[in-house]
Design a binder for this molecule. Sequence first.
Ligand SMILES: Cc1ncc(COP(=O)(O)O)c(C=O)c1O
Length: 414
Amino acid sequence: MKKQIFKLIKEELEREEKTINLIASENYANPDILKATGSIFTNKYAEGYPEKRYYGGCQVVDKVENYAIEQARKLFNATHVNVQPHSGSSANMAVYFSQLKHGETILAMSLSAGGHLTHGHKVNFSGKLFNFVHYGVDPETEMLDYDEIEILVNQHKPKMLVAGASAYSRFIDFARLGEIAEDNNCILFVDMAHIAGLVAAELHPSPIPCAHIVSSTTHKTLRGPRGGFICCQGDFKESIDKSVMPGCQGGPLMNVIAAKAIAFEQAQSKDFKKYQEQVIKNAKIMAKTFKDLGYKIVSNGTDNHLFLIDLRQKNGESFEKITGKLVEETLEKCSIILNRNTIPFDTQSPVNPSGIRIGTPAITTRGFKGKEATQIVHWIDEAIKKRGDEAFLKKLKEIVEVFCKDFPIYPSFK
Ligand SMILES: Cc1ncc(COP(=O)(O)O)c(C=O)c1O
């Protein structure tokens, strides 16, 4: 039986090695992170917190969790950190439940403008349990309009203002949002899941000094194991901890917490800063190359690790109903992996939206620099132009796979 899964692990390794990964929320965790995630800490139940557990035998895992907390606090300069959330979504659930009652009002960015499902979408627990009001982006600049957010806060008097996104390519002005929250006596909660690695490297303004609570994932730009964590100011420490456990979760995943500790530690290195600088450089180079080829980049560029392409037009003219789904599927035939995405004010559904999202964290981990990033853009452009030409797409797949061989992700893995 187990043979089947080990065979599939090998198959996935081959897939990852052979394909160019432009999914903005993915990355390649290094062998140390994978080793800790697959370690014997998997075996241990440790409900509670260090030195306050509901199980015996927690001497070693207490040291692991304390070390992870210490590293995260140092990395983000945070007063208090809870490293137990199993994922970004469960971190967000714990944040809402810690501060709000059922039905209370929250203001957040809409999914269609770049926000996340857990920021109040109607199919998600958040949208079902709380009264979400949404802000979007300015129709002209396609960037956040802070005056508009202030007006909405004044109008709806939310108990919580949420910032952070899954598909927004510009810096977020957390200081301004902090002022708006302060003036209106509401809690500022920042979900920095996407940009955590950039914040750690001080290449994106940090939300930590401005927000009451900050949640994140560990597996995107931060390049750790799959998981979440929450930072908060001192006054929120007790309510956050209680909300994570026993409020939303039982036993923490100590193997993952061990791997998070390594990720927090690695993110303090000079190499990590250099890596993040290259992530941003690659995103800027790719966005500019697409622009030079006539594509429309949402908000006309990027400040971070990702950007969106509005596929409804090229060179200012209507672009023959090319959709995100079509581009995603065409590129997959050439071993280039990315995801379709809605763009601001999209009239198409999320299943077949008008855009694609391109991210550079994974290709940069792999060692791609400006030359390779530019090459990928030209391949994408050619594949879109020759999308019906199966022979061309097959040929391009072969070229991409040979190209990938020069940039092994896990050279020591068989
Ligand atoms: C901004 C943001 N928050 C939260 C999440 C949820 O994280 P997870 O998939 O770990 O639940 C994501 C995931 O894409 C995200 O982009």
